[in-house]
Design a protein around this ligand. Structure first.
Ligand code: AHG
Length: 336
């Protein structure tokens, strides 16, 4: 921790990654390279997003995603850019993406790592200039190196992540990541083409006063969640919901709050994807002192059975997540 504090605000991402690597005597530099590859792709995607309005890039393709939803052009562009950077970097044997049905083999059969990515989350917000994000998880492969990665490599529980992060393309572009030793945030300076450490060792408040959920769906929330929302109103908490997970999560991480996407009648298993969205944010929130649950257990302990599996998500300040769980447990006890 002291060493991390020694890295001042303004340290470039490259230098930060290098210094972190030096702290581990046996580090080979492969994870560091992988993180640099992601940062490089981020710069390119950021440029595409910033130009999108002028070039008329936003809009929908005629086809649908594997989830049966409309796919935005920028989704595809971001998907291609991240996969290409990871393929060129050489450290990753297999990528799985929220935008692809199948495993993407990079051909780097000696690569030790697997990356799960949602290249552009919240893409329905693209056309209206609202903040969007990229979410990624890094796992060490469990299969022997020398061949393509396997489905078993990709279906590891979130607790096995060796790194996780997100990029928020907002009023400024930020990359926030953890390798399991705290969470650090870097802000992009476009004129210099560099990320600089701006939010060292992020710690989320234990209790906040923001609740985030799509209240338009409240009638189909579980009764315990409905009761929790009533509790928030009675406490005069602030309701904030952008509908762009990374943006909602980022705000609550810094300010304190809870984000809830429970089961609903439209999404009986929850809407958000365990492997591409929830695991990475769960690792980050835990590293920052917060909590992530599916309503009954820890997100990071769920073993996925399907790459595109969905889950309910309650994530944010520790005491608020506990309170939601308490309300849910009480309601389910009442039903018995
Ligand atoms: P998409 O990438 O298809 O726009 O999905 C966005 C996700 C997530 O980012 C957001 O928090 C949630 O879906 C919003 O869902 P609702 O519109 O149902 O509230």
């Amino acid at each position: 921790m002291d060493d991390q504090l020694a890295l001042p605000v303004g340290t470039t991402l490259d230098r930060f990654i290098m210094r972190k690597q030096e702290e581990f005597a046996y580090a080979t530099g492969e994870l560091s390279q992988l993180l640099r590859d992601i940062a490089l792709a981020t710069k390119i995607v950021n440029r595409e997003i910033n130009r999108a309005g002028l070039l008329g890039v936003p809009g929908t393709y005629a086809h649908q995603t594997v989830r049966g939803e409309e796919q935005q052009k920028l989704d595809m562009i971001a998907n291609i850019r991240f996969i290409r950077a990871l393929r060129n970097g050489g450290e990753v044997c297999t990528v799985i993406s929220a935008e692809d049905k199948h495993l993407i083999q990079t051909g780097n059969t000696k690569g030790k790592y697997i990356v799960a990515i949602d290249p552009l989350d919240g893409s329905s917000n693209v056309d209206v200039n609202v903040a969007i994000g990229t979410i990624f998880s890094v796992y060490r492969r469990v299969s022997e190196a020398g061949d393509d990665g396997t489905l078993a490599d990709c279906l590891q529980k979130g607790a096995k992540q060796v790194a996780a992060g997100y990029i928020i393309y907002g009023s400024s572009t930020m990359l926030v990541y953890t390798t399991g030793c705290g969470v650090n945030g870097f802000t992009y300076e476009p004129s210099l083409g560099e990320f600089f450490l701006s939010h060292p060792l992020i710690s989320t408040p234990r209790q906040g006063s923001i609740y985030s959920c799509n209240e338009g769906n409240i009638d189909s929330f579980p009764e315990g969640v409905q009761a929790y929302v009533r509790h928030c109103k009675a406490q005069r908490y602030t309701g904030r919901y952008i509908g762009s997970l990374v943006a909602d999560f980022h705000r609550n991480l810094l300010k304190g709050g809870v984000y809830i996407y429970p089961v609903t009648s439209d999404y009986p298993d929850g809407k958000l994807r365990l492997v591409y969205e929830c695991n990475a944010l769960a690792m980050i929130v835990e590293q920052a002192g917060g909590k992530a649950s599916d309503g009954s257990g820890r997100i990071l302990d769920k073993t996925p059975t399907d790459m595109h599996q969905r889950t309910p998500l309650i994530i944010g300040s520790r005491d608020m997540v506990d309170k939601v769980q308490e309300f849910m447990a009480k309601e389910s006890a009442n039903l018995k």
